[in-house]
Design a protein around this ligand. Structure first.
Ligand code: GLC
Length: 432
């Protein structure tokens, strides 16, 4: 009792309210920001509460969630989980969570938290700290994943699944995948001969573009922020990397329509045979190799993302399951979080959804690797992945990256101006 009480009252709430004020002062017009006045809930309340809970997550494209919840519900008839499914677009998911936290909705008990939202939600006091009575064992979980669920030394979410970008390519048309970006561009003549688009990732103006622009920048030796979290994006390396994306869009190697692509549009284009190369997350592997409508079932190859002189660097993605401080049934919620990181659930994520497990040992499990060869490429992608900036001001930071990357790709700004504006807009949003 004494522990949880002091943990509740001393630093987190004080920090949270200062940050909430700062956020509403700085975040004008930002992504789902504004409103102001929101404070954290009571992290010491309802710790023993048991009963039905709601789990909130983006669209379940791979049908992973429903069977999992059915299994849980069969074993917990008095503590059933209801699935609240959001859209499949990251920014809409974020904004829906923010609105429900601001409304202190006790019925948003547990939710899938994108790795880039942890700092913001924790700093605002919306996520239950997973310590003391609510502690969770993260033994065997990849370090990068634990870090992505941790803010200021406290764990705020249960590791669910990681994510690393990979290059999907047509192995029937490209016998050896390109190792570098320039090599990939030189293979675009193959796409032309076959009347198809050459390359696309996620280029619509949303979180996915932040992911893709960061990958271009990091893969050419730039750094959005340095190891101390200071904004360092205005560099010749970053200009070279972003310049590659802008150039590819201008000369048509990235097809015009790809400027509207999120993950699902890109996957559909690749699966229907319209793209030679496609950057996407591992969930695509299962769907592209099994869906009835897929035209690339046995023509699909996988390789690391191409970089400057060799493999590039993915942005680290992934989701963890957080618990709302406003939940009335936190004891049930904690059991559900434990169920999420159990080995059984983690295996299910891999076999059913070809997701990136949070448990390290599954990447080297001989049976899984034999069945799902994507695991080897994925492990390397995650090992070399670069986290996006960790900051409670992330909504403004990602907006600075997206807006400027988009303007550079569309030719509305020079790449030099876009990178320099990115730096100043990140700083104005509150980044160091
Ligand atoms: C994936 C990643 C997530 C990222 C999002 C962008 O869901 O796991 O980290 O922010 O894609 O669209």
């Amino acid at each position: 009792m004494r522990n949880t009480k002091s943990a509740r009252i001393v630093p987190p709430l004080a920090v949270a309210s200062v940050l909430a004020m700062a956020l509403s002062a700085c975040g004008g017009g930002g992504n789902g920001g504004g409103g102001g006045g929101q404070d954290g809930g009571d992290a010491a309340a309802n710790l023993d509460g048991r009963g039905p809970i709601t789990y909130v997550q983006g669209k379940d494209n791979s049908n992973v969630v429903r069977p999992l919840i059915e299994k849980w519900n069969a074993a917990h008839p008095d503590e059933k989980v209801t699935f609240k499914e959001q859209t499949d677009e990251a920014d809409q998911q974020h904004d829906d969570l923010v609105q429900n936290f601001q409304a202190k909705n006790a019925n948003y008990d547990v939710m899938s938290v994108d790795v880039v939202w942890t700092a913001e939600f924790a700093a605002k006091g919306w996520l239950q700290p997973l310590k003391d009575k609510m502690a969770l064992d993260t033994n065997g979980v990849l370090d990068a994943v634990v870090d992505s669920a941790t803010y200021n030394g406290t764990l705020y979410a249960a590791p669910q699944h990681s994510d690393g970008g990979m290059l999907y390519y047509r192995k029937d048309l490209v016998p050896t995948p390109p190792k570098t970006w320039d090599e990939m561009m030189s293979m675009c003549s193959i796409a032309k001969q076959n009347n198809m688009g050459c390359y696309a990732g996620q280029h619509s103006k949303y979180e996915g573009l932040t992911v893709n622009a960061s990958e271009a920048i990091n893969s050419f030796g730039g750094k959005i922020v340095d190891d101390a979290g200071k904004t360092t994006v205005n560099s010749p390396e970053a200009k070279e990397g972003l310049g590659k994306l802008a150039e590819a869009y201008k000369d048509g190697n990235i097809p015009t329509e790809a400027i509207t692509f999120t993950e699902e549009e890109g996957r559909n284009a690749f699966q229907s045979g319209k793209l030679l190369f496609h950057r996407n997350w591992p969930y695509v592997y299962k769907l592209a190799t099994t869906e009835g409508s897929s035209k690339v079932k046995d023509k699909l190859g996988l390789a690391p993302l191409p970089g400057k002189d060799g493999p590039g660097a993915s942005s680290l993605g992934g989701h963890n399951v957080g618990m709302s401080v406003y939940s009335k049934h936190k004891a049930t919620a904690l059991d559900f979080l434990k169920f999420i990181i159990s080995e059984e659930t983690q295996r299910w994520y891999v076999t059913q959804g070809s997701l990136a497990p949070a448990l390290e040992k599954l990447y080297d499990d001989p049976e899984l690797v034999k069945k799902l060869p994507y695991l080897t490429v994925l492990k390397t992608s995650i090992e070399n992945a670069v986290p996006r900036p960790v900051t409670p001001f992330y909504p403004g930071v990602t907006k600075a990256i997206q807006d400027n990357a988009y303007a550079a790709m569309k030719g509305e700004k020079t790449v030099d101006a876009a990178v320099s504006d990115m730096q100043s807009a990140m700083e104005a949003a509150g980044a160091k």
